[in-house]
Design a protein around this ligand. Sequence first.
Ligand code: GDD
Length: 316
Amino acid sequence: MRALITGITGFAGSHLADYCLERGDVDVYGIIRWRSRTENIEHLEGKIKLLECDLRDATSTRRVIEKISPEYIFHLAAQSFVPTSWHAPTESLITNVIGQLNIFEAVRELDLKCRIQIAGSSEEYGMVYEDELPIKESNPFRPLSPYAVSKVGQDMLGYQYFMSYKMDIVRTRGFNHTGPRRGSVFVASDFARQIVDIEAGRRDPLLFVGNLDASRDFSDVRDVVRAYFLALEKGKAGEAYNICSEKAHTIREVLDMLLALTDAKIEVKQDTTRLRPSDVPRLLGDSSKFRNETGWKPEIPFETTLRDILEYWRQR
Ligand code: GDD
């Protein structure tokens, strides 16, 4: 089985590569841009094949897909940080929507027999009302950021290419996921890294936060990449699936859980630059459709995930 992972140098991509290699039945291919940071996949040197490609360039994308001729494509490459999408909306939309369009067009023109998973997001649902919780796949999209709009665009493009050309596309809508290697701008990793810097005396005992009232449905990245693989093994073409733990925590609770895992005495302070023009207040998903069709269930408790993130930053 030949699998191409876009975004292999990133957080979820590198964990998915680990999972594919552990299975032992997958030849893992990844694409990198010439400036990509490769620290997340250095331990995989010699075990995966990397090709240079920029997904925003149709020629580059087609060339690489023709060369690999993958049976599975996991499309995880994206501009994935919500606040960046307000500073750089054009970049976010082009990278996310046009990058995916180039993959679809390459697969279509080459007439490849290939299953494609696209990594949508719970951010697509955006403004969800209390009486709509837990969120099902049928919930309306009310995106609250350019990032969320880009993910709606990817999702709808997946639907349209399935309907128009019968392409074998499965849409996953991942809720928040975290774990070791998570970029330090994302909330749990950001707080963990600040804690570890304080423990090591590299900064004053002051931890900066944004909106602690938001609530998110968190999973461990290692459970989520297993779900991505199952989506292509067992998911139905054209369908969309929520991937989530069905347990929500406020960001204040996440902070308190992390603070309970350190001996350092830390003062918490709001940094208003961390507040967003609009923040999704509450995400809590219903993943019964995916669980029923694939048998997936998350296995790693959230407390273990948070411990592992702290340990990751302590080791670095
Ligand atoms: N990053 C960050 N830093 N977020 C903070 C902070 C802080 O200091 N303080 C509070 N928050 C709040 C944010 O306002 C948001 O409500 C929540 O913590 C989570 O923020 P992020 O970790 O940045 O993730 P996200 O929910 O915006 O988006 C993530 O999950 C999506 C799926 O729901 C990303 O991984 C997206 O790529 C993904 O699609």
